[in-house]
Design a protein. Sequence first.
Length: 343
Amino acid sequence: MANIPQQFASDNYAGICPEAWAALQAANDGSSVAYGNDDWTIRAADGLRALFESDAQVFFAFNGTAANSLALASLCQSYHSVICSSSAHVETDECGAPEFFSNGSKLLVAPTPDGKLTPQAIRDLAISRSDIHFPKPRVVTVTQPTETGLVYTPDELKAISATCRELGLKLHMDGARFAHACATLDCAPADITWRAGVDVLCFGGTKNGMAVGEAVLFFDTALSEDFGYRCKQAGQLASKMRFLAAPWVGMLESGAWLKNAQHGNACAKRLAAQIEPLTGVGLMFPVEANAVFLRAPEAVLQGLRDRGWLFYTFIGGGARFMFAWDAKVERIDELAADIRSLV
Ligand SMILES: *Cc1c(COP(=O)(O)O)cnc(C)c1O
């Protein structure tokens, strides 16, 4: 059955990339030990440890909301709070799951015009109150790249983690598109995680080309105590874990995790380059990963909708376009041509 013509409303519109699919198929061979005690899961966790040059504790969850929420819950008591950006996915798109799974740890939202947290914004919130009536700041969460498509450099992360350490805060990273940040920075994954002071990473597999699945890496392994129980209680322990783990093996061993992200980033640049020369429309944020935010008058946005384009406008009213592993350049050029013809 035919699917819809390719759209860029979300990187989750994409299918499964061949490398993840092949590994899934390879894992579907006979029987295997359940609940994560199988060879695929061990290989995936070892592969992640090798990629990150770390002896991190690794867990697999079905989606990003669960990974983030459970990771944050593991860092907090119910009376703690989590500092995040006002546009953070944990704040705007997880239906209160971080608060729910932590039994009430409150998100403290820093106003951030571009979605990026700064040491100053963290400090302002963290020291704003120190009395018994206010939930005690305990964690900072950053999204890498941000929901606005911006990438934190290693130095920016080091400055944030230095502030965290000074204030007694743990640092969590929502890496739903972590691979795209690695592709942009052309750095080792360690350089923007544990070497920059990140304690826990949620590494997105879904938006990187898998059907489903996120990895949670505890670089500070002491923080992972009992995390397995937390996953199980939250319904996140896959009984046939090999099918969650095998695609990671396929992605890591083939290099697809990085190749897919490089492609998504290049596609975003391709669209951005065709928007930049136009008058009357523009880019809302610098294009540093696989997102393009088009600022345009409502008539242009409506014109795009009328021509069948799907997109979200939940960040700042502009049109968001996201590019996944399978984005086709012809389709990007069609979108660019439609934008051109409407301005
Ligand atoms: C997509 C995304 C997630 C994960 O969302 P799920 O739908 O729960 O998988 C988490 N954080 C960010 C920034 C995202 O874009």
